[in-house]
Write a protein that binds this ligand. Structure first.
Ligand SMILES: Nc1ncnc2c1ncn2[C@@H]1O[C@H](COP(=O)(O)OP(=O)(O)OP(=O)(O)O)[C@@H](O)[C@H]1O
Length: 776
């Protein structure tokens, strides 16, 4: 094996060791270097023979253009210097220690794409860098993951930067296309036709070519795979590649050929394996469809793209947990969205219509004003989300969890070339297993939390309803008292009027006395009905109260279930991580073995042992997930389902009480109103009798024995002596006085009824509707 000689090389201001290679490109190598005076780290690009295919002055023009660029998302070109010994030019750049996006995507961890937050950073930085180039009138023309570098910011978040401006000019000669060769998967179909298929064409390549490349790059970063895949790969099947990109239907974001000469399969959605949330996919997919559009009339403009990216990145995330499927969701909302908008978005992801969504957060109903913007909502997180359930029919028949990709077939043969990619696939599967194990634990923790929160909500609802029942009791008693007062008055008036009207045969007075009787007819029966229904309310209330508050049956039912499922203490994630570390170590070893091309006998034996261990470790991780973690998750889900079904049963009882209370309350209010009217009417009638001419002209007379009083009064109260005129006047005055007193007490009674009414209607907290029982 040839030993490479490590050398220290330098220019007037920079020094580097040839051992510190950052990467190698078609035109040269990039080393880690330092400024001689400041010691600052930098990247030094040296050139090989290939680079001389491009005239030096062309190269220098390119670098001079780049020297002027200054933006957070463009790799800064610091200097162009010459090595004194060789007189070769080197380029000094800001160093990006995180490597290129290409190397990041090549890691098994990212085989199914980057996770959402990292993807958003790529999106933000690439769009910002592109926007800057656009402002400077530069079209990059060679955007691809390999030309997007990663730095680590002071907050330890990634910063992505565009680099390699070698193609950032008009492509008018063969030589320039040479530099593009090798990046064809990302090329706009027009450029592909010219650069790869070598067909002459008169088109100039504007900013849209960059947009297309961004589309392919974003798809790659989101999924870990390229969007347009001819059978055998783009390099082998160039015509099919061109066909895919040019015949792609609008709206499709990928086209794959699964068999030789087979038909093309289009898709308008991102694959299931991708790690992005449903909420984010819903935003990203139309954007990808807009920029992966070869019809220039339909393709998005850069302004549209930039506006949409800005809009997406400014959105707030509301973390939602759909209890019926045990799914963690991310709902992307505009900061100005109202609650109705949020409910619509929740409906899209949960299939629960807005009117049936019950949201619980932090032990309370998620109660926000309907006009409050989403930006003012309390902060949610994956482990502290808003729990959403369907308050009419929560279906617990489908728990969602991630299915793992299949492990590759191992075989018995030994091959350095094949074993490294095999180990890479293995590592990517175990990575997925690790993430899925963590997701399962999170889902279970949230399910357990949901039960606790729901207990709090139901306890509060029960307490509220108990108070409501008590208040209704006061209201009903009040009405009953008012009725008694009316009846007492009626009796009193009857007695008094019997005295006053004794011997009067005026039909008018008799009619009025009849009207007085009508005012009280049937009221007692009606009141009795209200009292009976209220007693029923109390009985039902007691039933639920005993179960929810007194015996705390719901808590009791859950008590021993807290240990079901996977817990933090089971260390499921750590166990998977342990295996993952071993699998990744094997992958790195196999990668090294592959680069060595040949192994010694002992090294080969070790490699073989490692391969056996790799297989065992993969099976261990995958079976722990499939045979232990998933069944435990399902077990907990089943318990949660059972518990919620019981809770919903009590909830229905509560709703029934709410309904009953509402009925009794309405009837009692009606009765109170009716009584008040009756009292007023009673007063009017009595007044008119008292002031009637017949009574005014009535002189003292002996009561005829055959005249019965118009209103039944006990015989003992019939006057034995005829009344004098002054006695009549006196009696009239005392009737009026009694009436005034009663009026006053009726007004007081009405006041307290009003107060009770102001205490509001009866509803479960937040106006909940349960199983078709309306409340509130
Ligand atoms: N500024 C930098 N900081 C750290 N690493 C870098 C930097 N620039 C380049 N590299 C590394 O060096 C590798 C080669 O870079 P280079 O630009 O020479 O390759 P290339 O994209 O193939 O371009 P070309 O085809 O023009 O040579 C990159 O893939 C990257 O890993």
């Amino acid at each position: 094996m040839m030993q490479t000689v490590v050398q220290m090389r330098s220019t007037p201001h920079y020094v580097w060791s040839t051992a510190d290679v950052l990467g190698q490109g078609a035109t040269g190598s990039v080393f880690k270097g330092r400024h001689k005076k400041t010691g600052d780290l930098c990247a030094i690009k040296t050139f090989n023979q290939m680079s001389f295919m491009r005239p030096v002055d062309v190269q220098m023009r390119e670098f001079e253009m780049v020297l002027k660029l200054k933006h957070r998302n463009i790799v800064k070109l610091l200097d162009i210097e010459e090595e004194p010994s060789t007189r070769q030019k080197v380029i000094v750049m800001e160093i990006c220690t995180g490597g290129s996006l290409y190397t990041i995507l090549d890691e098994p961890e990212n085989a199914y794409g980057l996770h959402e937050e990292e993807f958003k950073l790529v999106m933000k930085d690439v769009a910002a860098g592109m926007n800057y180039l656009r402002e400077k009138g530069i079209v990059h023309r060679d955007l691809k993951p390999g030309n997007i570098m990663r730095c680590i910011g002071e907050d330890s978040l990634s910063i992505y930067k565009l680099t390699d401006f070698g193609a950032a000019r008009e492509l008018d000669d063969e030589e320039q296309f040479m530099s593009l060769y090798g990046t064809e998967e990302y090329l706009h179909p027009d450029m592909y036709e010219r650069a790869v298929l070598r067909r002459p064409m008169g088109k100039s390549f504007k900013a849209t070519v960059d947009l297309w490349s961004i589309g392919v790059t974003f798809y790659h970063v989101a999924t870990g795979s390229l969007p347009f895949r001819p059978y055998g790969g783009a390099r082998r099947n160039k015509e099919v590649m061109f066909k895919i990109t040019t015949e792609k239907p609008s709206g499709a974001i990928s086209g794959i050929q699964h068999t030789e000469d087979g038909r093309l399969e289009w898709s308008r959605a991102l694959p299931k394996t991708c790690l992005l949330s449903r909420g984010f996919k819903d935003l990203l997919t139309p954007l990808l469809a807009g920029i992966l559009e070869c019809d220039s009339m339909k393709m998005w403009t850069f302004e549209m793209f930039f506006e949409e990216v800005t809009k997406i990145l400014n959105m707030d995330i509301i973390h939602i947990f759909n209890i019926s499927t045990a799914t963690s969701l991310r709902v992307y909302v505009n900061p100005t969205d109202t609650f109705a908008n949020v409910q619509e978005l929740v409906a899209v992801q949960t299939d629960i219509p807005a009117a049936r969504q019950e949201m619980i957060f932090d032990s309370y109903h998620f109660a926000v004003s309907h006009t409050d913007p989403a930006s003012t909502y309390p902060k949610t997180s994956p482990d502290n989300p808003i729990i959403v359930l369907d308050n009419v029919h929560t279906d617990f028949s489908r728990a969602e969890y991630r299915e793992l990709p299949k492990l590759p077939r191992f075989g018995t043969s030994f091959s350095l070339d094949n074993d490294a990619p095999l180990a890479k696939v293995c590592a990517s599967v175990v990575w997925d297993c690790q993430r899925s194990t963590a997701a399962l634990l999170l889902q279970q923790n949230v399910m357990r939390k949901a039960v606790k929160w729901f207990i709090c909500v139901m306890s509060r609802e029960t307490e509220q309803l108990r108070t409501d029942t008590h208040l209704l009791g006061i209201k009903v008693t009040n009405s009953d008292l008012a009725l008694r007062r009316l009846l007492d008055q009626h009796f009193l008036h009857g007695k008094m009027l019997a005295l006053l009207c004794y011997g009067t045969s005026s039909s008018d007075v008799q009619r009025k006395q009849g009207e007085l009787q009508q005012l009280v007819d049937g009221k007692r029966e009606c009141m009795q009905k209200i009292l009976d229904e209220y007693a029923n309310c109390e009985k039902q209330m007691k039933w639920v109260e005993e179960r929810i508050l007194v015996e705390e049956t719901l808590k009791e039912l859950w008590k021993d279930k807290d240990t079901v499922g996977t817990q933090e203490k089971d260390r499921s994630v750590e166990r998977t991580q342990y295996v993952l570390d071993k699998v990744v170590a094997t992958f790195l070893q196999f990668k090294k073995d592959k680069s060595l091309k040949r192994l010694s006998y002992n090294e080969e034996q070790i490699h073989k042992f490692e391969k056996q261990k790799l297989s065992a470790n993969c099976i261990k991780a995958v079976s722990a997930y499939a045979d232990e973690f998933v069944p435990k998750f399902k077990h907990l889900y089943a318990e949660v389902a059972r518990w919620f079904q019981k809770a919903f049963l009590y909830r229905q009882k509560l709703a029934k009480v709410v309904n009953l209370l509402d009925k009794v309350s309405t009837a009692s209010d009606q009765m109170a109103g009716n009584l008040q009217q009756s009292v007023q009417k009673q007063h009017r009638i009595v007044d008119s009798i008292l002031t009637s001419d017949v009574l005014q002209n009535q002189g003292p007379s002996q009561p005829p024995s055959d005249v019965t009083p118009p209103i039944s009064a006990p015989p003992s109260v019939a006057p034995s002596e005829p009344m004098s005129h002054s006695e009549v006047v006196q009696l009239q005055a005392s009737v009026r006085a009694v009436r005034e007193e009663i009026k006053l007490s009726m007004a007081e009674a009405e006041e307290s009824t009003k107060l009770l009414r102001q205490l509001g209607g009866f509803s479960l907290e937040n106006g909940i509707h349960v199983e078709g029982v309306a409340n509130g």
